[in-house]
Design a protein around this ligand. Structure first.
Ligand SMILES: [Zn+2]
Length: 270
């Protein structure tokens, strides 16, 4: 045992023990690595986004089983590696992935959710320390956890859960849309026009040329999705849901400056 205490982790122990940590994690995405390994992209409550290696996970005999598949909530033990951390233990907490995979619409919605979560939390990869990552990480984790749980339970239409999640995760990232007051001058609405580059609804005085004029039911739906008024959202007509999809997608793309593959799939579904 080394008494020199070269590490200042403050967690006691030496070597392996001092270098390991435990966390709950939602699996966002996986990549193949080498012959049998994968890189697992995770969102955690206290460490933000983590990319970690799961060794041997693609072998049928892997001890990890399905715990590291997308949308799963697992409890992990990891050790710090030179570049990426390494997952040494994984147990399933709630198998959201197994439930979501049984429904195509839920699966598509969950795919767009985790893709967005990955983008919105990516900035704190490098800086994440033992004492917590980015400020938004716990909120983004809670939002995604809630959304995946609702998809798995089938409490609302998957597409509405997706739009609500996107609006709320963007708001958490600092890009809150407004579908009640005017985004520019704050005049109370509802207003006829929507302009995603200005942040949502705009009054007739602020409305730039080229702003959209969606059906009033669509604006009401968007406001309901953002504030979680599900009794309003669930009762919205299909036409409003379709029109809301385009506005949420436009708003997301404006802020992420990149087209989301999974979201464009949702746009095209009937
Ligand atoms: Zn205005």
């Amino acid at each position: 045992m080394s008494g020199s205490g070269g590490r200042s982790t403050g967690r006691g122990g030496a070597g392996y023990a001092a270098n390991s940590y435990r966390t709950h994690a939602l699996v966002l995405r996986t990549y193949k690595l080498g012959e049998a390994d994968r890189i697992i992209v995770l969102l955690t409550p206290g460490h933000g986004q983590i990319r970690a290696v799961a060794k041997g996970v693609r072998r049928t005999t892997s001890k990890f089983g399905a715990t590291l598949e997308p949308f799963m909530l697992s409890r992990l033990q990891l050790v710090h590696g030179r570049n990426l951390d390494i997952i040494t233990q994984a147990e399933s907490v709630t198998p959201y992935g197994q439930w979501i995979a049984q429904d195509y619409d839920a699966y598509s919605a969950a795919s767009a959710m985790v893709e967005t979560a990955e983008r919105l939390t990516v900035s704190d990869i490098a800086e994440v320390s033992e004492n917590g990552g980015g400020v938004e990480a716990p909120s983004q984790y809670r939002l995604l956890h809630g959304a995946l749980a609702a998809l798995a339970r089938g409490t609302h239409a998957p597409r509405l859960l997706l739009y609500s999640y996107l609006l709320r995760s963007l708001a958490t990232a600092g890009w809150a849309a407004s579908f009640t007051t005017c985004s520019r001058c704050g005049a109370p609405g509802p207003h006829r026009s929507v302009n995603v580059t200005l942040g949502g609804s705009v009054c007739d005085d602020c409305r730039p040329p080229g702003s959209a004029t969606p059906d009033p039911a669509t604006v009401e739906l968007l406001a309901a999705l953002q504030s979680g008024r599900w009794e309003v959202a669930d009762a919205a007509p299909d036409q409003a849901s379709r029109e809301a999809a385009g506005i949420v997608s436009g708003y997301l793309q404006f802020h992420l400056e990149r087209h989301l593959k999974s979201l464009s799939v949702m746009d095209q579904s009937p």
